[in-house]
Design a protein around this ligand. Sequence first.
Ligand code: URA
Length: 192
Amino acid sequence: MYKDWESLKKDCSACRRCALADTRTNLVFGVGNEQAEVMFIGEGPGYNEDMQGEPFVGRGGQLLDKYLEHINLDRHKNIYIANMVKCRPPENRDPSEEEQDCCIEWLREQTRLIRPKIMVCLGRISAKRLISKDFKVTVQHGQFIEKGGILFMGTFHPAALLRNPNNKPAALEDFLALQEKIKEVCKHTYEI
Ligand code: URA
């Protein structure tokens, strides 16, 4: 168990627990406020994230930033964003169960240090792993579920919204529900 970010980042950046380490350009650790009350968890880095070392910096990321801005959240100010796996799966395929198993301890350590009140799963990969195995985004999006003292909510992955814009209004509803939940359970998110 890590007590400080320095050593966690140092060890994580040297990680070679799975074969994704062989093909990465940059490990994508996470971005945001290390005291955030709200964490967002995606799937894994894509091409742009691998090049830049930051999560959600491609077209999907720009869409995510818009939704965040709509409810006064900012990746550099009052939230933290990370992924299920920290290295890019080749050809942007889904990270395998084994790759997620290798990587999840880094996310657990990040979560232990941050101690968020709310975790938002972006897409089915993180929702299935962190909320429930049979999670269906189209059915259960926007619902808050308490687990181990943290409120979890799953919503659409930004890349899925780019592919299927019909779900954008539903995603906006989820973000508005998130805003209400933040006002209810978070102390400083909107004061930072
Ligand atoms: N998709 C993800 O799930 N995470 C990223 O960081 C980028 C794209």
